[in-house]
Design a binder for this molecule. Structure first.
Ligand code: PBG
Length: 325
């Protein structure tokens, strides 16, 4: 063995203090964004059956939930409204007193330390469950833009700190940027769902948000999971249109895309650790098949290693607790 030449990589792995000296990636509580589903009604705290530990809450339960988040050290929340009334044009998405508008202004009033991100889409609000206007079975782009702009402005008026459009219509960043500027919200950033795949990992979310399409699927506007270069084109357009953050969604099966987007563009990058990714781990943990804490911290760290600056995750509260231990 004496004449063998090789490197001693294990020197840097001998103790925890040695490992922490050379650790390249750090997960921080500041990196986490917590998604919340707000429903109409009173005293509602419904656990979503396909997402154990995730609840839909009514406005009277919202403030305590947000105070808990702040006390755990998480700084931001992304709000999804689940309205009672749905119609063809998703009127409740841009109505002044819609559930999401009321939720946003309540959080800003009661827990102003939190950064409030508004998910800006129509699918929870339309009776057909698509993210835009439907004409003859088609989701029409430009007319849908008008409604998404109205939605964004109404959310900014309600006090949203960041607008996060997710309906995947072409030109949505340009349209929203112009709309916000004209309405006087020049300082409200746009966090674009720039790269959003048509993914089966969204299944449990659609239970939580009651947003399943009633016919067809979303493949005429969300991206084909097989495509990589198309993700670059999508991100490129959003950068040119004035986005302030880029989201890649889902996260776990798309870490390669995240790395590429991070290397090519200088905007803050957000990973959306989606519902299916959450529920798979929950199910395995409930069966005792994996160690939930270890596996969650490993996957969140992996998203950061792949280039994410921020992570939207249903595990935000748990992760914040574990990071404080
Ligand atoms: C659409 C939207 C979706 C998610 C958030 N906003 C996906 C969809 O239904 O197409 C999914 C999030 C998740 O799965 O956690 N507006």
């Amino acid at each position: 063995m004496n004449d063998l030449q090789f490197d001693r990589h294990r020197r840097l792995r001998t103790t925890e203090s040695m490992r922490s000296l050379v650790r390249e990636t750090h997960l921080r509580k500041d990196d986490l964004i917590f998604p919340i589903f707000v429903v109409e009604g009173e005293a509602v705290k419904n656990e979503v059956s396909s997402m154990p530990g995730v609840h839909q809450v009514s406005l009277d339960y919202l403030t305590p939930e947000m105070e808990e988040l702040r006390d755990l050290g998480v700084r931001s929340v992304i709000v999804f409204g689940v309205p009672k009334e749905k119609d063809e044009k998703g009127t409740q998405a841009y109505c002044e007193h819609g559930i999401v508008q009321r939720a946003i202004s309540q959080i800003k009033q009661d827990v102003p330390e939190l950064t409030v991100i508004a998910d800006t889409c129509l699918c929870q609000y339309t009776d057909h469950g698509h993210c835009g206007i439907v004409k003859e079975g088609e989701i029409v782009n430009d007319e849908s833009l008008e409604l998404i702009v109205e939605t964004a402005i109404s959310q900014a008026k309600a006090g949203a700190d960041i607008i996060a459009p997710s309906n995947m219509m072409d030109g949505f960043v340009a349209a929203i940027r112009r709309g916000l500027d004209e309405a006087g919200f020049v300082h409200t950033p746009v966090m674009s769902y720039a790269v959003k795949y048509a993914s089966s990992f969204y299944g449990p979310f659609r239970d939580a948000a009651h947003s399943s399409p009633q016919f067809g699927d979303r493949r005429a506007y969300q991206m084909d999971p097989a495509n990589r270069l198309e993700a670059i084109r999508e991100a490129q357009s959003d950068v040119e249109e004035g986005a302030d953050f880029l989201i890649v969604k889902p996260a776990l099966a798309y870490l390669d895309i995240m790395r590429e987007v991070k290397d090519r563009f200088s905007l803050p990058l957000v990973a959306y650790n989606v519902s299916g990714e959450y529920s798979m781990i929950k199910a395995a943990a409930q069966n005792g098949w994996v160690n939930e804490q270890e596996i969650v911290l490993e996957k969140l760290t992996s998203m950061k290693r792949a280039g994410a600056d921020l992570i939207i995750t249903y595990f935000a509260k748990d992760a914040a607790r574990w990071l404080s231990e």
